[in-house]
Ligand binder design. Structure first.
Ligand code: ADP
Length: 635
């Protein structure tokens, strides 16, 4: 018999398992039971529509056997079983692609719990066993095969005898060591407690022979004799079989929700929020949903699949039903169990199913109202949530032509110039200064860079709060909203930003008209990088700033041009060089316009460079800029 090698990823994982110092080795049992339960589901599901299965619905079960003397623990199911190829493929290869990559990436971060995160499935058996044997007969086949492995060196697959369809996993439990008492996995009480702890909701019975000692009743005349005992063995069902979502909320402890979540959705952290609801009426269903504390490692990759598990009367019919979750709530994990869906509904027909659409709609409402509640009652937790998933909500506002902006607008948070704390749009509007009718925002890579923008001071000086936008999607989302509560949004770098009184405005206009020709000359010297030059009152101490006219800001220009396909069709922000009308530089420029037009041109180019720098950008022609500065220095 040839020993086969594990695929290299699996071998590494196997090594990890064997040498694991993981403190929750007990989860191996949950993993094996969960596999058995999946295998039962597959055949059970089939038995509902196919008489040839030949197993009555009530006869599907998981058996656990303990053989203390031989240090053996068995998990037996009469589920779908595996063929020779399946044994080879499923147990010779790591099932969850990416989990090892993740593990290696996170090796240095000590607290990342890869075993908890992925469950790592079948291989976890090697944390407690030095040999594992899997005997399996697939449904529809009259041959059975035995897979066996003692660890990372490889495995064998050979034919074997097996009367019935299903799988028997035999664990040869490791010897007790100083650090680890493996004997506990041969103890019926311990195993029974582990089943209760991790697998109580499994909907198939998990049975085990339980042996207890009972006193033997004394016969007449024997009263004086010492009590005798005998062993009594009975077959017990260890789990309650009631899915947690079918239980009443009041009966469920938070730990139960948490461990169900971690087990089922491969997370190592408790969820941030649990949403458990039963809905009756047009659509009758139970939903159990979770808002995770952190994004799954593949959340921002194209591999990520959103969706809720879909059950019909307790039977899983789809693992990730994408239609149940809008994209902007794609971070939600959980399940829906409906009374109204047919069991053999296909993916295609499901999409058009009216019931499912109804359910999806109420599910969305539930999630939204839960988030609102969290925002209201648990601000800190909500802010943490928003740091992790807020970007998803902002994309939700922007996508689909703003169709969902009203659903989402009150869930958004922005940091702002007020103590740099998070603020909702509602809070912003409520504390707007009298006479303020615009919601101001500024864009930049970081809060610090935004604070350094020349316009920031002036707006803050007026007593107006500024929203700080640091993510690419932010400004697009606000543009899509257009307004909030009747108040328009404005980028403080927009050339329309106007903080002046009517008289001030008029005086400035006159000054600008008078200097028209000078501005023309300056613009000519700078070139087509800018559209116009003018005086402004919106700067406090800074001499110059760049603003944009026409609605496309510099940040938007950057984002739009970095999108795929943008190369041939670049957008351009229309920039204006604004000069502080009350800065001494304004007078100097006027002087130069009268006396030395060539020097004025150089000043114009220099000021443009300064404006770039103050705005936190690079100077387009650093060599020229530096040469001009030096020229002035030696004068
Ligand atoms: P996962 O269960 O996450 O897919 P595992 O490593 O636990 O990963 O199992 C790998 C695969 O082996 C399963 O997907 C399943 O196809 C198969 N398998 C494991 N245990 C059983 C079983 N008891 N009966 C039938 N198939 C099984």
């Amino acid at each position: 018999m040839r020993t086969k090698q594990f695929k290299s990823e699996s071998k590494k994982l196997m090594d990890m398992m064997i040498n694991s110092i993981y403190t929750h080795k007990e989860i191996f049992l949950r993993e094996l039971i969960s596999n058995a339960s999946d295998a039962l589901d597959k055949l059970y599901f089939r038995s509902l529509t196919d008489n040839s299965v030949g197993i009555a619905p009530d006869d599907f079960e998981i058996r656990i056997e303990i053989d203390k003397d031989n240090r053996i623990l068995r998990i037996i199911d009469n589920g779908c079983g595996m063929t020779e190829e399946e044994l080879d493929k499923n147990l010779g290869t790591i099932a969850k692609s990416g989990s090892l990559a993740f593990k290696q990436e996170n090796e240095k971060k000590e607290n990342v719990d890869i075993i908890g995160q992925f469950g790592v499935g079948f291989y976890s058996a090697f944390m407690v066993s030095d040999r594992v044997t899997v005997e399996s007969r697939a449904f529809g086949s009259d041959e059975a095969f035995r897979w066996e492995s003692s660890g990372a060196d490889g495995y064998t697959v050979e034919p074997c005898e097996k009367e019935t369809v299903g799988t028997t996993v035999t664990l040869h439990i490791k010897d007790k060591t100083d650090d680890e008492n493996y004997d506990e996995y041969l103890d019926q009480y311990r195993i029974s407690a582990l089943v209760k702890k991790y697998s109580d909701y499994i909907r198939h019975p998990i049975k085990m022979e339980f042996t207890t000692r009972e006193p033997v009743e004394k016969k007449e005349g024997e009263e004086s004799k010492e009590t005798e005992y005998r062993d009594v063995t009975e077959l017990r069902t260890l789990n309650s079989m009631i899915p947690i979502w079918k239980k009443a909320k009041s009966e469920i402890k938070p730990e139960e929700y948490n461990s169900f979540y971690k087990d089922k959705f491969y997370d190592y952290e408790d969820p941030a929020r649990v949403i458990h609801s039963k809905t009756e009426g047009q659509a009758t269903y139970s939903a159990l949903m979770f808002i995770p504390k952190h994004a799954p490692f593949d959340y921002y990759t194209k591999d990520f699949e959103k969706g809720l598990q879909l059950y019909s009367k307790g039977v899983l019919i789809m693992d990730k039903c994408a239609d149940l979750l809008p994209d902007y709530f794609s971070f939600v994990k959980g399940l829906v169990d409906s009374e109204d869906l047919s069991l053999n509904i296909s993916r295609e027909t499901l999409q058009h199913d009216g019931q499912l659409k109804l359910i999806a709609k109420t599910v969305e409402k539930k999630i939204k109202s839960e988030l609102e509640k969290m925002l209201k009652d648990e601000r800190e937790a909500y802010e943490e949530f928003f740091k992790t998933f807020g970007i998803q909500l902002k994309f939700g506002v922007y996508n689909d032509y703003g169709m969902h902006k009203d659903t989402l607008k009150d869930l958004l948070l922005f940091r702002s110039s007020n103590e740099k704390k998070y603020v909702t749009l509602k809070e912003y509007v409520e504390r707007m200064k009298e006479g303020q009718d615009i919601i101001y925002y500024a864009c930049g890579e970081t809060d610090e860079k935004i604070e350094m923008l020349p316009q920031t001071d002036a707006v803050k000086d007026k007593g107006y709060e500024i929203l700080y936008l640091t993510e690419n999607v932010d400004e697009f989302a606000l543009k899509m909203m257009g307004e909030y509560d009747g108040k328009k949004f404005m980028n403080i770098c927009d050339d329309n930003l106007n903080l002046d009184s009517e008289e001030e405005k008029k005086a400035l206009e006159e000054e600008n008209t008078a200097a028209k020709d000078m501005f023309e000359a300056m613009k000519e010297s700078i070139g087509d990088k800018i559209n116009a030059v003018r005086f402004t009152n919106k700067l406090k101490n800074h001499p110059v700033c760049l603003t944009s006219e026409g609605g496309i800001s510099l940040e938007m220009e950057k984002v739009l041009n970095s999108m795929p396909g943008a190369a041939d069709n670049k957008v351009k922000a229309q920039l204006v060089l604004e000069i502080n009308a009350s800065h001494p530089i304004a007078e100097k420029l006027k002087e130069l316009y009268a006396s030395d037009k060539e020097l004025l041109g150089k000043y114009a180019r220099l000021l443009y460079g300064e404006a770039c720098l103050i705005g936190g950008r690079s100077v387009p022609d650093p060599a020229e800029h530096s040469a001009l500065v030096c020229e002035l220095m030696v004068k």
